[in-house]
Design a protein around this ligand. Sequence first.
Ligand code: PLP
Length: 482
Amino acid sequence: MGDPLNDRVNAAEALGLVARAAGPYLDALPDLPVRDAAHAHLLDDLDGPLPESGDGAVAAVAELLRVGVPAATHSSGPRFFHLVVGGATPAAQAADWVVSLLDQAGGVWLSSPLAARAEAVVLRWLKELFGLPGGYGGVLTSGATLANLVGLACARSWWARQHGVDVVADGLAGLPRMPVFASGYLHSSTRKSLQVLGLGRDHVRTPTRDDAGRLDVAALDRELADAGPAVLVGTAGEVNAGDYDPLDEMADVARRHGAWLHVDGAFGLFAALSPRTAHLVRGVGRADSVAADGHKWLNAPYDSGFAFVRDRDLLARTFGNGLAPYLPEPDGESVNSNTLSPESARRARALPIWAALRAYGREGHRAMVERHLDLVLRLGRRIAESPDLELLAPITLFVVCFRYRPPGVPDDELDGLNRRLGEALVEDARVYAGTTVYRGVVALRPAIVNWRTTEPDVDLLVTVVRELGARLARRRSGGASG
Ligand SMILES: *Cc1c(COP(=O)(O)O)cnc(C)c1O
């Protein structure tokens, strides 16, 4: 086949293959197991020597569908409760195809006013959705990890300036270590951001008041008194049990000591959408920077995240390199997002978010959030009613932290049993859930965050956990007596 110039008439035909596969796949998705090990061998078909002349677009895409559809992890379906993984709402998923169709070179206004304008609009809409101040600068990222990095890079610029240093131009040389404070809820992605920024992964100070990692605000206040300019990281929604740092109190402490407050609200920022949970994020609008994900609770397709920074000039100073004089000057309408994040060129990441907000609005997203809150309460009730299940943390949001604890199994065997149960759940794949260590014990922590999930899916989680748990517990007692 060779040169794609000879193949171009087939682009629409290849897209048609994908479109024709979409209907049956999406119709089947609610009933598929999360993953089907029987199809794992298909992955070998991806492999082989580098093709010399090639098969052409239609054959290549047909092959990718033949392998990919059955071998994919169906995490976009309703029963992937592992990690925190959202699905893709119909509007967002279709708009993601538009991104591919139009193939915009986002990042610079002159190469895509469409991408730039859509990004400006969705950032404004998102600020309204979360009740954040309209004056915040913002940028779309690939996820909360990069959004945390954006916020912390701005914090670093601010902090260096307190020491009379322009870190963007001159780097960190000669500066002391930047003091960073957080609770035990700190997500590993913030440590990764600190390591990338040259601030050190292992020097976060964590004044906590219990083994769950809750913040000791009084101790934080004391430690800040002689820390000099410092950065606080608040977590809005931690991954083990969905709990929140007291953001409003952290904002008080930050103001008292002139510190920077960054909030990681990867999924937890969406608590602002419902009056039932809005109190959890009270004070977030006082933060200097805020990070969140689109591919979790917004149910935008991967990859999708966003960062907001109170001082929009600082954001542009931190990421603009001033080294490409052929680029236009940024102004209100013609934003160059390549000056606002570590990325330069990127896809038109705003379009799926735009379509989701246009399609479902504030009301629709609130309804989705509240459905998840209801489903989680249902799951909590089912756990409370089951004599062999034990809830380990209060339910705050959409994460339920619990373990399998059948009568008669000694305490010191429960960690091993639950760890094997986590592995068995993934192998079984009717539902996916994984384990964590919470307050020193191995626990399951399903997160219900997919727009497709309904009551039977949650009930099946309980059924499968108890069924597999009982089998493992029997095997254990069989082993003990045999
Ligand atoms: C998921 C998550 C992140 C990282 O987000 P990515 O989308 O994986 O980059 C950061 N913080 C918290 C609290 C998270 O749950």
